[in-house]
Design a binder for this molecule. Sequence first.
Ligand code: ZN
Ligand code: ZN
Length: 319
Amino acid sequence: MADLLISRFNNISYGEPAILSEKNPVTKKNEKFLTWPEMLDHMDTGSALDPSKMHVYAPFGAKDYDIHRYIARLFLGVVETTADFEQDKKGNATQVHLNIAGEYEDHEERFEKIALRFASEYGDFMARDPFDRPPLPSQTIEIHPKGFGDPTQGQSNTPEYIVDQSRRFVNFPRLRSWFYEWERISYAVLKKSVDCTDDLVDDIKIKSICGETAATSESLIRSKIRQHNSADIQVRRTETFPALLPNSLAGYCWSLMARELTANVEYEACTRRFDTACERRSDEPLCQCTLPSSAPTLQSGNRIMHCCDRCRWAANKAA
Ligand SMILES: [Zn+2]
Ligand SMILES: [Zn+2]
Protein backbone atom coordinates (compact mmCIF):
# COMPACT_ATOMS: atom_id res chain seq x y z
CA MET A 1 0.00 0.00 0.00
CA ALA A 2 1.31 3.44 -0.87
CA ASP A 3 2.67 5.47 1.98
CA LEU A 4 0.98 8.73 2.80
CA LEU A 5 3.42 11.62 2.70
CA ILE A 6 3.08 14.77 4.79
CA SER A 7 4.64 18.07 3.70
CA ARG A 8 6.77 20.09 6.06
CA PHE A 9 5.37 23.21 7.63
CA ASN A 10 6.27 25.63 10.41
CA ASN A 11 4.01 26.41 13.31
CA ILE A 12 4.48 30.06 14.18
CA SER A 13 3.55 31.84 17.38
CA TYR A 14 4.47 35.14 18.97
CA GLY A 15 4.97 35.87 22.66
CA GLU A 16 3.20 33.87 25.34
CA PRO A 17 -0.29 32.47 24.86
CA ALA A 18 -3.18 33.48 27.09
CA ILE A 19 -6.82 32.63 27.52
CA LEU A 20 -9.12 35.54 26.78
CA SER A 21 -12.84 35.60 27.19
CA GLU A 22 -15.37 37.29 24.96
CA LYS A 23 -19.11 37.27 24.47
CA ASN A 24 -20.12 35.16 21.53
CA PRO A 25 -22.56 37.31 19.54
CA VAL A 26 -24.56 34.23 18.52
CA THR A 27 -25.02 32.46 21.84
CA LYS A 28 -24.65 35.65 23.96
CA LYS A 29 -22.47 33.61 26.28
CA ASN A 30 -18.87 34.24 27.16
CA GLU A 31 -16.49 31.98 25.28
CA LYS A 32 -12.83 31.43 25.97
CA PHE A 33 -10.21 31.78 23.29
CA LEU A 34 -6.61 30.72 23.32
CA THR A 35 -4.63 33.46 21.67
CA TRP A 36 -1.40 35.45 21.68
CA PRO A 37 -2.02 38.89 23.26
CA GLU A 38 1.30 40.38 22.12
CA MET A 39 0.49 39.40 18.57
CA LEU A 40 -2.92 41.07 18.86
CA ASP A 41 -1.21 44.21 20.20
CA HIS A 42 1.15 44.17 17.29
CA MET A 43 -1.77 43.88 14.89
CA ASP A 44 -3.62 46.74 16.58
CA THR A 45 -0.77 49.16 16.91
CA GLY A 46 1.47 48.11 14.04
CA SER A 47 4.39 48.04 16.49
CA ALA A 48 7.61 46.45 15.28
CA LEU A 49 7.89 42.69 15.69
CA ASP A 50 10.36 41.61 18.33
CA PRO A 51 12.34 38.68 16.88
CA SER A 52 12.97 37.28 20.36
CA LYS A 53 9.24 36.74 20.79
CA MET A 54 8.82 34.86 17.56
CA HIS A 55 8.65 31.09 18.04
CA VAL A 56 8.87 28.68 15.16
CA TYR A 57 8.07 25.07 15.82
CA ALA A 58 8.90 22.73 12.94
CA PRO A 59 7.15 19.45 13.72
CA PHE A 60 9.29 17.13 11.63
CA GLY A 61 11.61 14.65 13.20
CA ALA A 62 11.28 11.29 14.90
CA LYS A 63 10.38 13.09 18.07
CA ASP A 64 7.20 14.51 16.59
CA TYR A 65 5.89 11.52 14.68
CA ASP A 66 3.72 10.51 17.59
CA ILE A 67 2.38 13.88 18.66
CA HIS A 68 -1.19 12.69 18.06
CA ARG A 69 -0.61 9.90 20.56
CA TYR A 70 0.95 12.35 23.01
CA ILE A 71 -2.16 14.52 22.73
CA ALA A 72 -4.36 11.54 23.52
CA ARG A 73 -2.28 10.90 26.66
CA LEU A 74 -2.53 14.54 27.67
CA PHE A 75 -6.27 14.71 27.10
CA LEU A 76 -7.18 11.41 28.74
CA GLY A 77 -4.84 12.30 31.61
CA VAL A 78 -6.80 15.39 32.67
CA VAL A 79 -10.31 14.96 31.30
CA GLU A 80 -12.38 12.37 33.08
CA THR A 81 -13.76 9.91 30.56
CA THR A 82 -15.13 6.41 30.47
CA ALA A 83 -14.48 3.99 27.64
CA ASP A 84 -16.91 1.20 26.79
CA PHE A 85 -15.64 -1.71 24.75
CA GLU A 86 -17.81 -4.27 23.03
CA GLN A 87 -16.18 -7.45 21.83
CA ASP A 88 -17.00 -10.55 19.84
CA LYS A 89 -16.61 -14.13 21.08
CA LYS A 90 -12.96 -14.18 20.07
CA GLY A 91 -12.27 -11.15 22.21
CA ASN A 92 -11.79 -8.74 19.31
CA ALA A 93 -13.13 -5.26 19.95
CA THR A 94 -16.15 -4.55 17.78
CA GLN A 95 -17.14 -1.19 19.17
CA VAL A 96 -15.50 1.45 21.36
CA HIS A 97 -17.21 4.45 22.91
CA LEU A 98 -15.40 7.28 24.62
CA ASN A 99 -17.67 9.27 26.91
CA ILE A 100 -16.75 12.51 28.61
CA ALA A 101 -17.98 12.67 32.20
CA GLY A 102 -20.27 15.67 32.69
CA GLU A 103 -20.24 18.70 30.45
CA TYR A 104 -17.49 20.58 28.70
CA GLU A 105 -17.72 23.33 31.35
CA ASP A 106 -16.81 20.81 34.06
CA HIS A 107 -13.43 20.25 32.39
CA GLU A 108 -12.66 23.68 31.00
CA GLU A 109 -10.48 24.86 33.89
CA ARG A 110 -8.19 21.84 33.84
CA PHE A 111 -8.13 21.74 30.06
CA GLU A 112 -7.14 25.42 30.01
CA LYS A 113 -3.93 24.58 31.87
CA ILE A 114 -2.78 21.82 29.55
CA ALA A 115 -3.79 23.78 26.45
CA LEU A 116 -1.78 26.81 27.62
CA ARG A 117 1.30 24.75 28.37
CA PHE A 118 1.00 22.98 25.04
CA ALA A 119 0.58 26.31 23.25
CA SER A 120 3.68 27.82 24.84
CA GLU A 121 5.76 24.81 23.72
CA TYR A 122 4.27 24.10 20.30
CA GLY A 123 2.22 27.13 19.28
CA ASP A 124 -1.37 27.18 18.13
CA PHE A 125 -3.10 23.90 17.48
CA MET A 126 -5.66 25.14 14.99
CA ALA A 127 -3.68 27.54 12.76
CA ARG A 128 -0.05 27.28 11.73
CA ASP A 129 0.41 31.01 11.27
CA PRO A 130 -1.83 33.23 13.38
CA PHE A 131 -0.59 36.29 11.47
CA ASP A 132 -2.51 34.82 8.55
CA ARG A 133 -5.67 35.24 10.51
CA PRO A 134 -6.22 38.93 11.13
CA PRO A 135 -8.49 39.58 14.08
CA LEU A 136 -11.66 41.50 13.37
CA PRO A 137 -11.04 45.23 13.48
CA SER A 138 -11.49 46.78 16.89
CA GLN A 139 -14.31 49.21 17.21
CA THR A 140 -13.32 52.78 17.92
CA ILE A 141 -15.64 54.73 20.14
CA GLU A 142 -15.62 58.53 20.09
CA ILE A 143 -15.91 60.18 23.49
CA HIS A 144 -16.93 63.82 23.88
CA PRO A 145 -15.73 65.05 27.24
CA LYS A 146 -17.80 67.58 29.16
CA GLY A 147 -17.51 71.02 27.52
CA PHE A 148 -16.21 69.40 24.37
CA GLY A 149 -15.67 71.93 21.60
CA ASP A 150 -16.04 74.97 23.88
CA PRO A 151 -12.81 76.97 23.68
CA THR A 152 -13.83 79.20 26.67
CA GLN A 153 -13.72 76.05 28.80
CA GLY A 154 -10.26 75.31 27.52
CA GLN A 155 -11.58 72.29 25.66
CA SER A 156 -10.24 71.15 22.37
CA ASN A 157 -12.23 70.16 19.36
CA THR A 158 -10.57 66.83 19.27
CA PRO A 159 -12.67 64.07 20.76
CA GLU A 160 -11.01 61.30 22.68
CA TYR A 161 -11.09 57.86 21.24
CA ILE A 162 -11.11 54.62 23.05
CA VAL A 163 -10.61 51.34 21.38
CA ASP A 164 -13.18 48.74 22.24
CA GLN A 165 -11.24 45.53 22.21
CA SER A 166 -14.15 43.17 22.42
CA ARG A 167 -14.97 41.20 19.28
CA ARG A 168 -11.47 41.55 17.95
CA PHE A 169 -10.44 37.95 18.46
CA VAL A 170 -13.77 36.32 17.86
CA ASN A 171 -12.42 34.64 14.74
CA PHE A 172 -9.73 32.82 16.69
CA PRO A 173 -10.50 29.21 17.60
CA ARG A 174 -12.44 28.81 20.78
CA LEU A 175 -10.89 26.78 23.58
CA ARG A 176 -13.93 24.53 23.13
CA SER A 177 -12.80 23.73 19.56
CA TRP A 178 -9.39 22.65 20.85
CA PHE A 179 -11.10 20.49 23.43
CA TYR A 180 -13.32 18.63 20.98
CA GLU A 181 -10.50 18.26 18.45
CA TRP A 182 -8.37 16.63 21.16
CA GLU A 183 -11.29 14.49 22.21
CA ARG A 184 -11.72 13.18 18.62
CA ILE A 185 -7.97 12.52 18.33
CA SER A 186 -8.02 10.62 21.65
CA TYR A 187 -10.99 8.61 20.41
CA ALA A 188 -9.19 7.67 17.17
CA VAL A 189 -5.97 6.74 19.05
CA LEU A 190 -7.96 4.66 21.53
CA LYS A 191 -9.78 2.83 18.75
CA LYS A 192 -6.52 2.16 16.93
CA SER A 193 -5.02 0.77 20.14
CA VAL A 194 -7.60 -2.06 20.08
CA ASP A 195 -7.69 -2.29 16.29
CA CYS A 196 -11.31 -1.38 15.98
CA THR A 197 -11.00 1.19 13.26
CA ASP A 198 -13.25 0.27 10.33
CA ASP A 199 -15.84 2.92 11.05
CA LEU A 200 -13.16 5.60 11.35
CA VAL A 201 -12.21 4.97 7.75
CA ASP A 202 -15.48 4.16 6.03
CA ASP A 203 -18.55 5.15 7.89
CA ILE A 204 -20.34 6.10 4.75
CA LYS A 205 -24.03 5.54 4.61
CA ILE A 206 -25.02 5.03 1.02
CA LYS A 207 -28.37 6.38 0.01
CA SER A 208 -29.99 5.74 -3.32
CA ILE A 209 -31.32 8.90 -4.90
CA CYS A 210 -33.10 8.50 -8.23
CA GLY A 211 -31.21 5.30 -8.89
CA GLU A 212 -27.83 6.89 -8.20
CA THR A 213 -25.93 6.35 -5.02
CA ALA A 214 -24.61 9.21 -2.98
CA ALA A 215 -22.52 9.23 0.16
CA THR A 216 -24.49 10.93 2.89
CA SER A 217 -21.91 11.03 5.62
CA GLU A 218 -18.16 11.12 5.83
CA SER A 219 -15.96 8.91 7.91
CA LEU A 220 -14.12 10.65 10.73
CA ILE A 221 -10.69 10.44 9.13
CA ARG A 222 -11.87 11.68 5.74
CA SER A 223 -13.71 14.67 7.15
CA LYS A 224 -10.76 15.61 9.39
CA ILE A 225 -8.23 15.28 6.56
CA ARG A 226 -10.39 17.56 4.42
CA GLN A 227 -10.98 20.04 7.22
CA HIS A 228 -7.36 20.47 8.26
CA ASN A 229 -5.16 19.85 5.21
CA SER A 230 -4.51 21.05 1.69
CA ALA A 231 -3.22 18.95 -1.18
CA ASP A 232 0.44 19.22 -2.13
CA ILE A 233 3.10 17.40 -4.14
CA GLN A 234 6.63 16.50 -3.18
CA VAL A 235 9.39 16.21 -5.74
CA ARG A 236 12.43 13.97 -5.57
CA ARG A 237 14.71 14.30 -8.58
CA THR A 238 12.31 13.72 -11.48
CA GLU A 239 9.63 11.94 -9.49
CA THR A 240 6.60 13.60 -7.95
CA PHE A 241 4.49 12.26 -5.12
CA PRO A 242 1.12 13.46 -3.85
CA ALA A 243 1.24 14.70 -0.25
CA LEU A 244 -0.86 16.32 2.43
CA LEU A 245 0.01 19.82 3.61
CA PRO A 246 -1.34 20.39 7.14
CA ASN A 247 -3.01 23.75 7.78
CA SER A 248 -2.15 23.38 11.45
CA LEU A 249 -0.95 20.93 14.08
CA ALA A 250 -4.49 19.57 14.02
CA GLY A 251 -3.97 18.72 10.35
CA TYR A 252 -0.61 17.14 11.16
CA CYS A 253 -2.16 14.96 13.87
CA TRP A 254 -4.96 13.79 11.57
CA SER A 255 -2.48 13.06 8.78
CA LEU A 256 -0.38 10.95 11.15
CA MET A 257 -3.56 9.18 12.24
CA ALA A 258 -4.53 8.60 8.60
CA ARG A 259 -1.17 6.92 7.96
CA GLU A 260 -1.92 4.49 10.77
CA LEU A 261 -5.43 3.86 9.55
CA THR A 262 -4.93 3.71 5.79
CA ALA A 263 -1.23 3.21 4.98
CA ASN A 264 -0.31 0.30 7.27
CA VAL A 265 2.03 2.42 9.35
CA GLU A 266 2.57 0.70 12.68
CA TYR A 267 3.86 2.32 15.86
CA GLU A 268 6.22 0.62 18.28
CA ALA A 269 7.50 1.77 21.63
CA CYS A 270 10.95 3.39 21.78
CA THR A 271 13.36 0.81 23.26
CA ARG A 272 14.01 3.19 26.16
CA ARG A 273 10.37 3.72 26.95
CA PHE A 274 9.81 4.12 30.71
CA ASP A 275 13.61 3.90 31.22
CA THR A 276 15.16 7.12 30.00
CA ALA A 277 14.36 10.75 30.68
CA CYS A 278 13.48 11.69 27.12
CA GLU A 279 14.21 15.11 25.59
CA ARG A 280 10.59 15.41 24.62
CA ARG A 281 7.36 16.13 26.42
CA SER A 282 8.44 18.33 29.31
CA ASP A 283 5.61 16.97 31.46
CA GLU A 284 6.52 13.29 31.11
CA PRO A 285 9.50 12.37 33.34
CA LEU A 286 10.34 9.17 31.43
CA CYS A 287 10.11 8.46 27.72
CA GLN A 288 6.65 7.36 26.62
CA CYS A 289 7.32 7.75 22.92
CA THR A 290 6.28 5.43 20.13
CA LEU A 291 7.90 5.40 16.70
CA PRO A 292 6.32 4.78 13.30
CA SER A 293 7.48 2.00 10.95
CA SER A 294 8.16 4.63 8.29
CA ALA A 295 8.70 8.38 8.29
CA PRO A 296 6.06 10.58 6.65
CA THR A 297 8.60 12.50 4.57
CA LEU A 298 10.57 11.57 1.47
CA GLN A 299 13.97 12.46 2.90
CA SER A 300 14.30 10.07 5.79
CA GLY A 301 14.97 6.56 4.59
CA ASN A 302 16.25 4.56 7.54
CA ARG A 303 14.22 2.87 10.14
CA ILE A 304 13.46 5.14 13.06
CA MET A 305 15.13 3.62 16.09
CA HIS A 306 14.83 6.18 18.87
CA CYS A 307 12.73 9.17 19.74
CA CYS A 308 15.63 11.46 20.69
CA ASP A 309 19.39 11.64 21.24
CA ARG A 310 19.14 10.85 24.94
CA CYS A 311 17.29 7.61 24.29
CA ARG A 312 19.79 6.74 21.53
CA TRP A 313 22.76 7.30 23.88
CA ALA A 314 21.10 5.29 26.64
CA ALA A 315 20.36 2.41 24.23
CA ASN A 316 23.92 2.38 22.87
CA LYS A 317 25.32 2.34 26.40
CA ALA A 318 23.03 -0.51 27.42
CA ALA A 319 23.94 -2.58 24.34
ZN1 ZN B 1 10.96 9.73 24.08
ZN1 ZN C 1 12.71 7.27 23.80
